[in-house]
Design a protein around this ligand. Structure first.
Ligand code: PLP
Ligand code: COI
Length: 355
């Protein structure tokens, strides 16, 4: 395995004073990881350096054509004093899936996990310990060739940065209100929806603004072809307790295969709760709200954790779910998942890894 050169900062930054007030994504630790790719040389020169600006040509291809992929994962401070990652191998596997779709040369997944561990170990003093906090890890790869003209890059940069974070939604574990978007679409099958790439999020902004203006915190996307089937929310997959089972949209190429989603499915199945991964029509959901079959809804994601959905706005209709309260199943999943992540409960699936 390549050796990672380390240049420590000579000017460590002050850490957040009040961890209970941590928001999401605006505070960065002292160091970052960098690695270069050149055609011919492959991935090389892995290094940890002080966090700071990157030299980049204004002609860098990522700025013009969006050839970029990223991941989102977390490190947790556990009661036994260890710092643990949650299923990091899954993030690196997905990073390579995204790379493949965007013609980015694959990274060595095991090496990338080691790079995360080494960076987190160096900045371990930044892992927050207050209830509900963690260290968010953002690995990303972007095209750095100074070249106008659309083709896959020959020079790319792999970077990892770290942020101490609290809840992604200001609501915390209180239910969020979601706007069902019936005009704009995020992705279509055959496109890039199943990857984590900047363009998917750029495509989401307009609808997000519209939802915010109407007093809703997130958008629920419908499929791009028929505007009929439920896809996912801006930064989370969605689950609905419908009748006696839990339904989540099947992965058919236009939504992200969330690692939290996969973990929720495993937890639910281990409890004997039937899970259906299948196309879910908006009409079926609306019918479920009328008949009382729709009992709970929640989103799942690394940043969002388990986020109960208390209300849906669909056209002119405002639909309350579970009286706008967190449901028993959402609470049980939140407790089970965060129990494993924060090292407070046993980890029967072997999901966590010490750095
Ligand atoms: N869907 C989208 C669009 C996301 O950005 C995320 C967050 O990464 C998710 C779903 C949830 O994925 P994961 O559970 O791997 O964080
Ligand atoms: C994550 O959960 O890691 C995300 O990517 C959400 C986000 C886009 C901030």
């Amino acid at each position: 395995m390549l050796k990672i050169a380390v240049e420590r900062t000579t000017a460590p930054k002050p850490k957040p004073e009040d961890q209970t007030k941590l928001g999401f994504g605006g505070i960065f630790t002292d160091h970052m990881f960098l690695m270069d790719y050149n055609a011919g040389e492959g991935w090389h020169d892995p290094r940890i350096v002080p966090f700071g600006p990157l030299p980049l040509s204004p002609a860098a291809m990522c700025l013009h054509y969006g050839q970029e992929v990223f991941e989102g994962m977390k490190a947790y401070a556990c009661p036994d004093g260890s710092v643990r990652l949650f299923r990091p191998d899954e993030n690196m596997k997905r990073l390579n899936l995204s790379c493949d779709r965007l013609c980015i040369p694959p990274i060595d997944e095991a090496f990338a996990v080691e790079a995360v561990k080494e960076l987190v170990r160096l900045d371990a003093g930044w892992v927050p310990t207050a209830e509900g906090t963690s260290l968010y890890i953002r690995p990303f790869i972007f095209a750095a060739d100074a070249q106008l003209g659309v083709h896959p890059a020959k020079h790319l940069i792999f970077c990892i940065i770290l942020c101490p974070v609290g809840a992604y939604f200001p609501e915390g574990l209180n239910p969020v209100k979601i706007y069902v978007e019936q005009e704009y679409v995020r992705a279509v099958r055959g496109g890039m929806g199943y990857t984590k790439t900047a363009g998917n999020y750029a495509a989401s902004l307009k609808a997000q603004e519209k939802a915010n203006a109407a007093g809703y915190s997130q958008v629920l996307w419908l499929d791009g072809l028929e505007h009929k089937y439920i896809e996912e929310v801006g930064a989370m997959n969605v689950f609905f307790a419908l009748g006696d089972s839990v339904v989540t949209p099947a992965l058919q190429g236009s939504i992200l295969g969330g690692i939290t989603r996969k973990s929720c499915v495993a937890l639910l199945q281990s409890w004997g709760v039937p899970v259906e991964e299948r196309p879910l029509a908006l009409a079926e959901l609306l019918e479920g709200t009328r008949s009382g079959q729709l009992k709970e809804a929640f989103g799942s994601g690394t940043a969002a954790v388990i986020s109960p959905i208390g209300a849906l706005r669909c056209g002119e209709e405002n639909i309350a779910i579970n009286g706008g309260n967190i449901g028993a199943l959402s609470q049980r999943l939140y407790d089970a998942l965060t129990g494993i992540q924060w090292g407070r409960s046993p980890d029967p699936f072997g999901w966590t890894v010490a750095v």
